[in-house]
Design a protein around this ligand. Structure first.
Ligand code: 4MI
Length: 398
């Protein structure tokens, strides 16, 4: 019999404002407390070390997604929306839906977007240079994905202002039913109705990513209803994640100007630099799994049917895995971060996210020597995402 060690226990609420405002000291405390920590406030487990987070994400048989990847256990309480048939699903359903998305979003398949994404980025940077001063979040980190992503999916222009409120519902919805959740849900009905109205075959442009999902219906891989649900997954996952990712990149380059200088001198580092942003200031901080059986983690016994909170952002700064983990260093090998997850649920849209970042920061690197902060950036608190609400900037042109 394996030796059992006493579990570490914490009273900290990882969804409180104080925690979300500065999670990093708490991440360190969780990592140092043990391989797995009992969070008594919610009656759940938490993992914050790179090895344990990675192992849990890789072992989908033990750590399932079908009971939801938020705090709520779908087997015990009704989900706030019908579960995603890819994110909140296990094999064999997940295998079938994921295969369709993997094909549509493969680097080769999305290379057709490259030219358009590059052109849109150059055009946006041109307009921002003319203004010189702007808000890095609204005018860049939001404006760019809100243009190129729905265009790529093949959604009409009308009503796109519903995309960010829906994303807020989705990502706050992975946390507890706290004030952030209630605020996100204040206009839930109309926002959800608009989103669902964009998920049908009839609402989609003929050549977009959305219609490509419906081609899988014609090929017998999905039902018509499943195709609509996968378009909903695009609209759930494709906007806020990239908004926060681009915003965090801009924030990092504004606060570490010498790192931007390195990129300007060597633009081939841009893709590596974006990985370092994802490691250092992860837009997606956490996801949950649910145990399907009892399991030992470093000598601690976890029961069956228990929620496990995976701190992706803490794994990204684990000194057991990274040298100088709290330093933002665009030259480091940052691949291996947990921000895209890993295993069968690893981000299926990551090639699109990287392409958007390459387009935006490639265009900026050609024409901008520095980003000057003209005011204090303010956080936008969210139960899952980390990023800023405002980022007042002045561009220094080349
Ligand atoms: C990891 S972000 C995300 C992925 C998928 C979905 C939502 C958010 C979904 O609805 O399938």
């Amino acid at each position: 019999m394996d030796t059992l060690v006493e579990r570490a226990v914490s009273a900290v609420d990882p969804f409180s404002h104080a925690f979300l405002e500065n999670p990093y000291p708490h991440h360190e405390a969780f990592r140092e407390a043990g391989p797995v920590v009992w969070l008594e406030h919610y009656g759940i487990w938490a993992m914050a070390r790179h090895q344990e987070v990675r192992d849990a994400l890789t072992d989908w048989q033990t750590y399932c997604s079908g009971a939801g990847v938020g705090l709520s256990d779908f087997r015990k309480e009704p989900p706030w929306r019908p579960p995603s048939i890819v994110l909140e699903a296990d094999p064999p359903l997940h295998t079938r839906t994921r295969a369709v998305l993997t094909r549509i979003l493969s680097p080769a398949a999305i290379s057709v977007l490259r030219e358009t994404l590059m052109r849109e980025a150059e055009s946006l940077v041109e307009r921002l240079l003319a203004r010189r001063e702007f808000d890095g979040i609204a005018d860049l980190a939001e404006a760019y994905p809100l243009k190129v992503f729905p265009d790529s999916v093949g959604i009409a222009e009308q009503g796109r202002e519903n995309l960010l409120p829906y994303g807020s519902m989705v990502f706050n919805g992975f946390g507890p039913r706290n004030d952030l959740f209630d605020k996100a849900m204040c206009n839930a009905g109309p926002v959800r109705d608009w989103i669902m109205s964009k998920c049908s075959r009839a609402a989609l442009a003929p050549n977009g990513l959305g219609m490509q999902i419906f081609r899988a219906v014609d090929a017998g891989e999905l039902t018509e209803a499943e195709a609509g649900m996968l378009v909903r997954s695009f609209l759930s996952a494709g906007v806020d994640t990239t908004v926060y990712g681009l915003g965090n990149a801009l924030y990092c380059f504004a606060t570490y100007p010498q790192q931007w200088t390195i990129l300007r001198e060597n633009p081939s580092l841009i893709r590596l630099a974006f990985e370092e942003v994802l490691r250092f200031e992860a837009p997606v901080q956490t996801f949950f799994r649910t145990t399907t059986r009892s399991v030992d983690v470093g000598g601690v016994h976890l029961g069956e049917g228990e929620k496990v909170l995976l701190f992706l952002a803490a794994a990204n700064r684990d000194p057991r895995r990274w040298e100088r983990p709290d330093e933002f260093d665009v030259k480091r090998r940052a691949t291996g971060h947990m921000t895209f997850g890993t295993g069968i649920h690893g981000c299926v849209g990551q090639a699109v996210a990287r392409l958007e970042a390459e387009a935006v920061f490639g265009a900026l690197a050609k024409r901008v020597t520095a980003f000057e902060l003209t005011g204090e950036p303010m956080l936008r608190l969210n139960n899952t995402l980390r990023g800023r609400d405002t980022l007042p900037l002045r561009l220094v042109p080349a």
